[in-house]
Ligand binder design. Sequence first.
Ligand code: CO
Length: 134
Amino acid sequence: MIGRLNHVAIAVPDLEVAAEQYRSMLGASVGEPQEEPQHGVIVVFVNLPNTKIELLYPLGEKSPILGFLEKNPAGGIHHVCYEVDDIVAARDRLKASGARILGDGEPKIGAHGKPVLFLHPKDFNGCLVELEEV
Ligand code: CO
């Protein structure tokens, strides 16, 4: 059911330092910071040949990244995103298997303008999983 790894999202305590590290130390192709107020984050996209890394930094007081950085002050992997062909079919299959969908269970438009869902980390080995319809 799941396809390509679309991205790995890493919450970072300092976006400039993290972006520069990926640019200079790791020699990656790193974009400019983009504010995404509807998701409560500032994102820097790192484009790799086979996937993307998203460096996430909190934006606003209700940012979902704030609590994560409180628990992980040095930053850490926040979620992984897998591609699916049909997000509603994927959701229904997961629900039937007993997995919990976060929020109201309806797909939302994600950071790339495509429908996404998040799965409860406790159902997936402690890892927050995002599904994106491509
Ligand atoms: Co994501």
